[in-house]
Design a protein around this ligand. Structure first.
Ligand code: OGA
Ligand code: MN
Length: 283
């Protein structure tokens, strides 16, 4: 009897990201799960291709990493998929006047998922069901350990020890969230405060922790100084040298560590169909 697996980890060659080959996420052995966990801590974002899995299998795989967050609600305050309370839908599709998912077709700016909550999810697992045939909608990921380690010394000394107020009022596509006030002064935005750098509980490494540029505020600073520093921080964090971009195929599954990775999505043609299902693992 052998317990070896045929699992292959192929680094993207960029600052983060690796493809995992030789696994079926619907039938994972404990050894494979251990190898995936290890690769994830090292590469921060993992890609699995050709995963023809169901929503239930997607949920079951996600549960191996911890408890799941409830899905983001639709416009009626209910889960997008009635019998899948943990499955969010990211899509531009509209049926009978009702959006099937969130984020539309516009660019989604660099962000950390739900950083405006007290305990943001530690990870997300996103699966492609339909992808624009004409391209667009690529997803970018950036390594916030590196952004911290390589931050210019003068910038680092000015932000060291600060706390960021993460605005809850708008999503990464710029849309107003239901039930949130319109923010005119970011210093008074609804949301959560988090230290600007955090130690990752698994790797022990320090990562820069940013949410979204829009309506962010460095607590305690004069507004103009906060704006100047946030502009510099975001310019630094979103550099190509810290990033990896993924061009989706149907049946791709990507998981990212939401504690040390920011992500953004290119816009795409509104006439094209894009449909993704996503779980989030509780922080
Ligand atoms: C998300 C997200 C980007 C994409 O699911 O949190 O930002 O490519 N998705 O759909
Ligand atoms: Mn996101």
């Amino acid at each position: 009897m052998s317990t070896t697996t045929a699992i292959d980890i192929i680094p993207s060659g960029a600052a983060l990201g690796a493809e995992v080959r030789g696994v079926d996420l619907a039938h994972l052995t404990d050894d494979e799960f251990a190898a995936i966990s290890q690769a994830w801590a090292k590469h921060l974002v993992l890609l699995f291709r050709d995963q023809k899995i169901s929503d239930d299998e997607h949920v079951a795989f996600s549960r191996r990493f911890g408890q799941l967050d409830q899905a983001a609600p639709n416009q009626l305050g209910r889960p997008f998929i009635a019998d899948q309370p943990h499955m969010s839908v990211i899509s531009n599709l509209i049926e009978d006047g009702t959006p099937l998912g969130q984020l539309g077709n516009a660019e989604a700016i660099w962000h950390t998922d739900m950083s405006y909550t007290e305990v943001p999810p530690m990870a997300a697992i996103l699966r492609a069901l339909e992808i624009p045939e004409d391209g667009g909608g690529d997803t970018w990921f950036a390594n916030m350990y590196l952004a911290w380690d390589r931050m210019p010394a003068d910038l680092k000394s000015r932000i060291q020890g600060l706390t960021v107020l993460h605005d809850a009022s708008r999503d990464s596509a710029g849309d107003q969230r239901m039930g949130q006030p319109v923010v005119t002064d970011p210093r008074k935005a609804p949301g959560a405060r988090h230290p600007i750098a955090r130690v990752h509980p698994v790797t022990g490494r320090t990562a820069l922790f940013l949410g979204r540029r829009r309506n962010a505020y460095l607590v305690g600073l004069a507004f103009a100084e906060s704006e100047e520093l946030l502009d510099r921080l975001w310019q630094h964090a979103g550099q190509k040298k810290f990033a990896w971009v993924h061009k989706w195929r149907v049946d791709d599954v990507i998981m990212w560590d939401n504690r040390c990775v920011i992500h953004r999505r290119d816009g795409f043609d509104a006439a094209q169909r894009r449909l993704m299902h996503r779980t989030q693992i509780r922080g």
